[in-house]
Design a protein around this ligand. Structure first.
Ligand code: CUA
Length: 130
């Protein structure tokens, strides 16, 4: 094989290989939007999470202090959030617009009942807004 042919072959091979890695990153770009959520006495941060109808989101929820829980009844979500544990991933793809309460599902102190947030599902693409 001549050197010229070898270079050509290499270029051809890399053009075959590189799009493969682009596909992987493109898949990541179209994956769920990741939203970090922190539970602490006695609030969720952010207190309101906005998502578009049909938008895939992954809530990464963790406790900043003691034991809490996260419950979103509409989506049958109920998870314990242990102190110091890794974030709990909650995948959602809401198909109905509305405002759904986020509750703390574990007793965490005198403010437990007040520890609420909201998942706001809006029609259209508003979930992409900051
Ligand atoms: Cu936090 Cu109950």
């Amino acid at each position: 094989m001549s050197l010229k042919k070898h270079i050509l072959l290499c270029a051809l091979l890399s053009s075959v290989l590189i799009p493969g890695s682009q596909t992987a990153s493109a898949r990541q770009a179209t994956g769920p939007r990741v939203i970090d959520v922190i539970a602490r006495r006695y609030a969720f941060e952010p207190p309101e999470i906005q998502v578009a109808v049909g938008e895939a989101v992954r809530l990464m929820v963790r406790s900043a202090d003691g034991l809490h829980g996260i419950e979103i009844k509409q989506f049958r979500v109920k998870k314990e959030l242990e102190r110091g544990a890794k974030p709990v991933a909650i995948d959602l793809k809401p198909d109905t617009a509305g405002r759904f309460p986020i509750l703390c599902s574990e007793f965490c102190g005198e403010g437990h009942e007040d520890m609420t947030g909201a998942l706001v599902v809006v029609a259209g693409d508003a979930g992409a807004a900051p």
